[in-house]
Design a protein around this ligand. Sequence first.
Ligand SMILES: Cc1cc2nc3c(=O)[nH]c(=O)nc-3n(C[C@H](O)[C@H](O)[C@H](O)COP(=O)(O)OP(=O)(O)OC[C@H]3O[C@@H](n4cnc5c(N)ncnc54)[C@H](O)[C@@H]3O)c2cc1C
Length: 452
Amino acid sequence: MKKLILILFFSLALVSCKTSDKIENVVVIGGGLMGSSTAWELSKYGQNVLLVEQQDSIYTFGSSFGETRISRSLGPNQDIFSFLQQTSVSETKDLIDFLNEGELEELHAMEEIYTTSPVTYMYSKSQLNEVEELLNGQPVKYEYASNSEEAKEKFGMKISDTMMVIREFEPYSGTLNPKVLIEKLHQGIRKSGNRIDYNQKVTSIKKEDGIYEINIKDTKTGTNKTILSKKVIAAAGPYNGTLVKDIAPYFDSLISPKRLFLSFLKIDSDKYAMFTIDQKKKLQESYPVAYLNSEIFYSMIEEYDEKDNPLLKVGGHFLRTDIEDLDKVWSMDLTTQEIKWSKENTADYLVKLDLPVKFSDLEYVRGYSCVYSLTPSEIPYVSHALKNETEIDSSFVLIGGMSGVGAKGSLAYGLVAADLILGKRNDSSMYQKSKSALGAERLIKDIQHIDN
Ligand SMILES: Cc1cc2nc3c(=O)[nH]c(=O)nc-3n(C[C@H](O)[C@H](O)[C@H](O)COP(=O)(O)OP(=O)(O)OC[C@H]3O[C@@H](n4cnc5c(N)ncnc54)[C@H](O)[C@@H]3O)c2cc1C
């Protein structure tokens, strides 16, 4: 009997801790915007790639959670973030074309991902030099109001003379929908013949004799397995530091997850029903908005209800706080102060738009806590890992620290990560500039500044 129990125990242990003999070419860990974009770009290059994601096929938490992000193109001369946004738009067009290939009708459209609308930027007069530099030779189409009179004439806005307003008009600037983009990237990966394994949480990564051993726990059954791969791309968002602790421990010190809050507000329905058609149109055309003040209030229209009343999503880019427990932060409620701040800033903006709305006309519908990750310079990393903290490990790439700018450049970051892992060259000057701003040269310097 004892023998039988022992045999049973060992066979169970073997089942729950299986190592596959197969060696994957490339494994991408994390199916948010960055990992999905990278796995898609690798698929586009005709590579065999496996994408591993701890969540189910419907993405429910993480930095990419939600249905709107600001997509904007305006930036100073030779700005890498403008380049990355524009590259991402053109890569997304390729994805849509690929998904439509072989279909009898056009099943996929850019408009499912992007809502083109003007993007409004507000500045204070103390930022005049910054604004002038931004607009000097600006190729993106824009309108500019340098004082209250111009703001009234051009945008129907009531602002003080201490403020300035810029409005950007570009195709695919406005908002983008991360949920739909992730779904389409996953469709593209699968249509290319590649695999996505959901409910698979990577618990550790080790390298033995040049091959990565990736330990994985099935989040539904609890069983463990090990897969092998020649190359790995880590794209675990706020979890990157923990994920790569055995391979590249310095990332844990260099990538800091921060909590942010998002409020969703609605204008009182009776009040909104009294808006004229012009007022409704004005409201629609005035979102998304970013007020480039010390907190960076930003807001966009998440959706419309059955009476066409918009749900306004509101946040403050610099109102981010440290996190005690990353696994619990997602369920943290908003504070009264955060909700008040959201309403005050929204009311203030609506008054500047000369719309008949007060603080008390704004209803807090819901809110949630979310997380993005910051590097010391707040510029993301798309970088090889390092051996001995100075030499590049060409078989490992990390894409992370995406801050509040990642979504609009998703497929461009994915393209750079795919090129790095495949050793592909792209000699265009803006590509090179972006690659070096995001890559290993900076990482080496950042590592030298880690406090011991
Ligand atoms: C509040 C907020 C507002 C933002 N606003 C904008 C904006 O307006 N414009 C803009 O361009 N960008 C914006 N961003 C930034 C953008 O959303 C992020 O940069 C982007 O979503 C980051 O994607 P990611 O793939 O790196 O991370 P995530 O979406 O977090 O993806 C990481 C994935 O890895 C998975 N994972 C983690 N650990 C493991 C593991 N061990 N095993 C397997 N899978 C794992 C997770 O489940 C997750 O799916 C905003 C971000 C936030 C939080």
